[in-house]
Ligand binder design. Structure first.
Ligand code: PRX
Length: 652
């Protein structure tokens, strides 16, 4: 890694930027560090409040923070109503392109009307502030409308990614005791229908989700759909003829806006709870600092609304900032590998925000695809979700940005709610592969095992002060919130990431140090995949590790022992891979399955994943068969591990 390479922001960009120089940036950073309450109160001034706070941050009961105590606001009001009294009322709020090239453009006024109507429909079904609803939808304007309608009424939504299985959906519905599920008949992915309503039916079958009283179905495709009378309603039926007037609830700043499930170190995904006022304040501030948004920009973040990026930087951030946000329904390479570049050309996209996995797959498809499209409208590029390797960074800069566009490599997490570490595009010199420096108001540190800050070198990434968009708790599990994030370094939030800090104070995120995998930018726990495998009738034990993957960053490798009567085969490998994909979702499909006679374990019975990771990363295991060819390798390494353990003492 060439850590000394520094690339200054293009001059023409800095001249027009809101933050034009490192001097401006340092001044902002210093002001935030000197008096965080004053600083965040100023930032909060960018959004609308029905009633002001009496305290900016209440940190009297850590780690349970309260921001803008006593204040009242509404996220949907900020995303919609606020713009209607300005010229923006006729500005495009959402530009949508379906995978099948359908197109819709909704102005702020139209979006407001649709949100109000849908909110009235939810009210009519008896839903009210504090209730929970699941949104399980394809990337359509209706997905954003559903989120905003819930936000308008104070209904806490939980978006479940459309690629997740019925089983994953069921777990989330039941953890939340959701009263309603909002879905679509189907979505489109690479020309095929993804049968969302069918998955909802499977999840609700046999009364396994007793809390769900209503299912609302948007007709996206017109796919054959069974409707259960009394429970299921067509979106269009509910909203036809309904009032367009629906006042936004004046909600407490701390009212939960949404719960988003993400993988932790155990098999059970955790429900990350985000708030209203603090969340929106920081999301709007980062829209301004990181994307340097201008009113005339067409802004496109390619994330699905099933992930936090889709919440903060497809829906809530851009709309609250009055931007035009582009939503695309389908796959990046459908029908041809230039689909993204066609969209940029067609809508004259100015800001483009995507993932390193997507960039790496574009590199593989060759430069002709982007080169044959007009990308001259682009002025800023972003990256999120995984470390971006310098090769991918340079390609992105050269082939997509034509060396004219700054790149913002943004580090953050589901839990942080908004971007924490990132270049400020008109100011920060980039170093390819580094997310650079913490944003104003963010106290990020790299610390050693004991929690002592590392000045230059490697350690663990922590956040040492509360921030407005931080998660408030884990739904139904405050203990897990405390122990999972705040116990390793008391008083500090542990991110789960390893990082290096260099002599310029630049942070280089190295990836997770816990049992969380990052596969193509998607978070998964090794335990989740293991629990799924052992539910299969043939599997006795399973151990899952991540191994570096050229395209996806990390790939899932599984070691399994079979029950006595079963034997490994190519057919079983395929069956197990499919099994995990069906149980969790296609994103969890294992890359490789190795059949072993036993798993290497510590004396206390813990699987030695470190050893297995070593085997798959050092390729001590044959690369092209699905059975472990030389079992002695594992035995040998396991022996080594045991000796090591005897010398070092057992790891806790
Ligand atoms: O390991 C870090 C990695 O993604 C994790 C968070 O994943 P998730 O909650 O799914 O949120 C992803 C989208 C915000 C982090 O703990 N990560 C995220 N962004 C970066 C990153 N690693 C390196 N560089 C980044 N820019």
């Amino acid at each position: 890694m060439e850590q000394n390479e520094k690339i200054n922001p293009p001059k023409h960009f800095s001249e027009r930027a809101a933050i034009k120089s490192m001097q401006d940036f340092e001044a902002l950073y210093e002001a935030a560090a000197y008096d965080p309450d004053k600083f965040w109160a100023e930032q909060a001034g960018a959004i609308h409040w029905f009633a002001k706070w009496n305290k900016v941050c209440d940190w009297s009961n850590p780690p349970f923070a309260k921001w803008f105590v006593g204040a009242k606001t509404n996220v949907a009001y900020n995303c919609l109503d606020r713009h209607l009294t300005t010229w923006r009322k006729n500005k495009a709020a959402i530009i949508w392109e379906g995978e099948n090239f359908e197109q819709r453009i909704l102005t702020y006024q139209e979006l407001h009307r649709k949100v109000c109507k849908f909110a009235n429909a939810l009210k009519q079904l008896g839903l009210k502030s504090g209730d929970r609803s699941i949104i399980y939808m394809p990337m359509t304007p209706e997905a954003a409308i559903a989120m905003l309608a819930c936000a308008r009424l104070g209904i806490i939504h939980s978006v479940v990614f459309g690629g997740f299985s019925a089983e994953a959906l069921k777990t989330r519905i039941n953890d939340l005791e959701a009263a309603a599920v909002i879905t679509a008949d189907a979505g489109l992915r690479r020309g095929k229908e993804v049968l969302l309503k069918q998955n909802v039916d499977d999840a609700l079958a046999n009364n396994e989700c007793p809390s769900v009283k209503n299912v609302i179905v948007h007709k996206r495709i017109g796919s054959l759909t069974k409707m259960q009378s009394g429970r299921d309603h067509w979106w269009d039926d509910l909203t036809t003829g309904i009032s367009e007037v629906c006042p936004a609830e004046e909600l407490d700043s701390e009212h939960p806006l949404y719960v988003l499930y993400t993988s932790g170190t155990t098999g059970k995904p955790k429900g990350v709870v985000h708030s209203t006022g603090g969340y929106l304040t920081q999301v709007v501030a980062t829209m301004k600092w990181v994307f340097d948004l201008k009113d005339e920009d067409i802004y496109w973040c390619t994330a699905d609304i099933g992930w936090v990026t889709g919440h903060s930087y497809v829906v809530y951030g851009p709309l609250a900032a009055g931007a035009t946000t582009l939503l695309y329904e389908g796959a990046p390479d459908w029908p041809k590998p230039d689909r993204f570049w066609r969209i940029i050309e067609k809508y004259r996209v100015n800001i483009f925000y995507t993932s390193p996995t997507a960039i790496r797959s574009f590199i593989r498809q060759g430069d002709d695809w982007p080169n044959n499209r007009d990308l001259s409208s682009l002025r800023l590029l972003g990256s999120v979700g995984e470390p971006i390797n310098p090769t991918a960074w340079h390609w992105y800069n050269r082939v997509i940005g034509k060396e004219r566009c700054p790149i913002v490599d943004t580090w953050w997490q589901t839990e942080t709610g908004s971007i924490m570490i990132s270049p400020v595009p008109g100011a920060t010199p980039a170093k390819p592969g580094s997310a650079t420096r913490p944003l104003p108001g963010v106290m990020a540190e790299v610390v050693d095992d004991k929690g002592e800050p590392v000045k230059v070198g490697k350690g663990f990434l922590v956040l040492s002060k509360p921030w407005p968009s931080m998660l408030r708790t884990i739904y139904n599990n405050p203990e897990r919130f405390k122990s999972g994030y705040w116990s390793r370094y008391p008083g500090k939030y542990f991110t789960g990431d390893a990082a290096t800090i260099d002599e310029d104070g630049y942070i280089w995120c190295l990836g997770r140090v816990d049992d969380v995998l990052n596969v193509a930018g998607h978070r998964l726990s090794t335990m989740e995949v293991e629990s799924s495998l052992v539910r299969h009738k043939t599997v006795a034990e399973a151990a899952v590790v991540g191994a570096p993957h050229e395209l996806k960053g990390e790939a899932i490798h599984c070691f399994v022992t079979l029950k006595q009567e079963f034997h490994g085969s190519d057919a079983l490998t395929e069956e197990l891979r499919q099994w995990v994909a069906t149980e969790i979702g296609a994103l969890a499909k294992p890359e490789r399955i190795y059949y072993v006679a036993a798993l290497p374990k510590t004396r206390s019975g813990k699987i030695m994943r470190r050893l297995l990771r070593e085997i798959v990363t050092t390729k001590s295991v044959s690369g092209d068969t699905s059975t472990l060819e030389d079992y002695s390798v594992i035995l040998k390494l396991s022996q080594q591990g045991k000796e090591e353990e005897e010398i070092l003492g057992e790891k806790k």
